[in-house]
Design a protein. Structure first.
Length: 407
């Protein structure tokens, strides 16, 4: 019975990670893939997911070797010292909360757009205080109930999201065109490096679930307090299986969607800032595929935003609670406080968010790929973890910084 419970818990964390990683950006990936060819995309997916696995594996090393770890930033404090840890962990919380605000804005905006599209409401309600309050309250119910309930509900949502994506993969097959397949399967060794560099930031920042790594480590440490090595295995298994599942979903969806898109429709989508589903919906106008593509675009974008919000907000809650728990403040009060701040950020539609987003990518590189490497080589307690993985993490981090500069 204990083994079945453990497998269930690992599965719930895998689905939380997939909920975070399969974001609304997946709807734009076929368009970017079409610009650089599918072979280049496959290479970029392998590099990005491999790099993400290694970076998050190093984060797991940090969090699992931190006594009574409450979050990733508590691991930073423990391994890098209070002074460096304080400033880095503050930056980490700002980074993750910024992502939370962007996802919160995206979630309420998508719900409003869907309601308007199907003529359920009229007028612009995106920043209406009453609408935002109701939408945010509904989204936040699992957070306010308990982490266990959140994991269960999140799993159901992600299953729906994956099923919708797989239905689309099958529905696109009748639209496949041999000339499109030939065009997108072209391969050029000369254009491969630049194509990979162009895709890497999009893939790796869409594929990561770094913000929930600390929450997972805290969960397993609390649940199995005397089983350090077993907790390592549980966390690494969750990380690996999430990456493999994500690899399969990305390959199937990008390939099937692209084979149904003509090069001219691809250019139209890029110039009009449309997703792959929107363009397929327009090209197959009036058909079942068209209606389902447009509806799925709303559903996937919304569910992607909500599940990503859950994964990221857990990291913020744990990070702030870590600094307040010594004062006897209940974790639920921290959750409510964060949701109230998020509510005002959404109704104010803060312009600063769009300004901050351009620094998110470099900060993510630092916290996923460089901070764990520094911790492993600085802390003697982590000496046995030195070797090939930290080196790979550092190389991928440098590659991403180069990609950010090139793009």
């Amino acid at each position: 019975m204990e083994g079945l419970q453990e497998k269930k818990e690992i599965r719930e964390w895998i689905f939380l990670f997939l909920g975070s990683a399969i974001g609304s950006g997946i709807l734009l990936l076929p368009l970017k893939a079409g610009e650089v060819s599918l072979w280049t995309t496959y290479v970029a997916i392998i590099i990005s997911l491999g790099g993400t696995f290694v970076g998050q594996k190093m984060m797991i090393v940090m969090t699992m070797t931190t006594p009574d770890c409450l979050s990733y930033d508590s691991a930073i404090d423990y391994h890098l010292g209070k002074r460096a840890g304080f400033f880095l962990s503050i930056f980490f919380l700002i980074l993750v909360f910024t992502i939370v605000v962007i996802l919160g804005l995206g979630s309420t905006t998508n719900i409003a757009a869907m309601l308007q599209s199907y003529h359920i409401v009229s007028g612009n309600i995106e920043t209406n205080p009453i609408y935002v309050g109701i939408a945010l309250l509904i989204i936040s119910i699992p957070l306010l109930l308990s982490e266990k309930i959140l994991l269960i509900i999140n799993e159901k949502i992600v299953v729906v999201k994956i099923i919708v994506l797989l239905i689309l993969v099958v529905m696109f097959i009748p639209l496949w065109n041999p000339s499109y397949i030939t065009h997108y399967m072209r391969f050029s060794i000369k254009s491969l490096p630049m194509g990979v560099l162009e895709l890497l930031p999009i893939l790796i920042f869409g594929a990561t679930f770094f913000s929930a790594i600390g929450s997972m480590s805290r969960y397993f440490q609390t649940r199995y307090s005397e089983e350090t090595e077993s907790n390592f295995k549980r966390a690494n298994k969750s990380n690996l299986l999430s990456i493999l599942a994500l690899f399969l979903v990305l390959i199937l969806f990008i390939t099937s969607a692209l084979f149904a898109l003509s090069p001219s429709s691809l250019n139209y989508a890029t110039s009009h800032n449309l997703t792959a589903l929107a363009v397929i919906g327009l090209s197959a106008k009036g058909s079942l595929v068209a209606r389902f593509s447009i509806f799925s675009g709303f559903i996937i974008a919304l569910l992607a935003m909500v599940t990503s919000l859950y994964a990221n907000i857990l990291g913020v809650i744990d990070g702030i609670w870590m600094r307040l728990s010594g004062k006897g403040i209940n974790r639920k009060y921290v959750t409510i406080g964060i949701l109230v701040v998020l509510y005002f950020c959404i109704i104010l539609n803060l312009n600063i968010i769009s300004f901050i987003t351009h620094v998110i990518s470099p900060l993510m590189v630092v916290f996923i790929f460089f901070v764990p490497v520094v911790a492993i080589y600085k802390s003697n307690s982590l000496k046995k973890h030195r070797g090939i993985y930290p080196m790979v993490s550092a190389v991928v981090g440098i590659l991403l910084l180069v990609a950010s500069i090139v793009n």
